[in-house]
Design a protein around this ligand. Sequence first.
Ligand code: HPA
Ligand SMILES: [Zn+2]
Length: 339
Amino acid sequence: MTDTAFANFVRGLPKAELHMHIEGSLEPELMFALAQRNGITLPYKSVEEIRAAYEFSNLQDFLDIYYQGAGVLITEADFKDLALAYFQRLAADGGTHAEIFFDPQTHTDRGIAFETVIKGLLAGMDEAEKTLGVTSKLILCFLRHLSEESAFETLEQGKPWLSSLAGVGLDSSEVGHPPAKFARVMQAARDLGLKVVAHAGEEGPPEYVWEAIDLVKVDRIDHGNRALEDEALTARLVKDGTTLTVCPLSNLKLCGVPSLDVHPLKRMLSLGLKATVNSDDPAYFGGYLLENYLATADAVGLTRDEVVTLAKNSFTGSFLSEAEKAERVAKVEAYAAAH
Ligand code: HPA
Ligand SMILES: [Zn+2]
């Protein structure tokens, strides 16, 4: 296959995205438009100036800018516009399903009502399904640099919206905030019937991944890269068939890997890990779902079969029902057989 034929093949391949922070899909253009709509003055003069600020040497560098950017999101319409813009990009990339994260505390801590945030996002998700045919689920993330008490308050705010939530997650600054800090609130969420995921092993050590599986009993690991440093842990993840939501361009931008050609994605697949490809914060990391597939395929030499496996993993690792997963995987197989 030529590069173009391969890119077209990957674009048309049905894919799910399982690791994407909706606040991280805020493009500088929309940031400016929302700032203007809401009478907010940004510390940047132009879209170019914003993009130039996106040079990060670690997760915290990025988070500081990401939380600042989210400050332009005020009304329900802002959250709806944000979500719709993402789903349009996803649909253009051949994405057919997404399980998106949102960070309520980033908004409630600056006086925006939980209800405003979730209503806007749900409206965007609903419209995306109707107009683009993209299905989606919502995952409420607790900011791990904040307290357990604050996480419990946030879970309480989510209770009236339980039927609209697929699960809860753990994000923000990882090192110094191990999964154990949130074991009780994650258990409370599980008792409500929610799925549980956690960022682990992005910057944090393998011990954090152990805690995520043994203490928090996660349904998926977000990132998980550093699990590879521990053979017993890797073997356990393989044995359990735990899905890892890997984010190659994010790892590159946050200096988790020095260059994409040494990214562990191909190795993860060879080891039998259930890896998936995701964009994390596409507006900040330089690529949406398709670009993550293509840039990584090019850098580490993914085969067509490996790309098909990644697409299948994205559905089997999703929170769709077993029947829906089987239907979606069959669509991937039918597409691969026909192209
Ligand atoms: O990549 C990330 N890691 C942790 N927290 C986050 N919140 C948004 N993006 C990220
Ligand atoms: Zn993430």
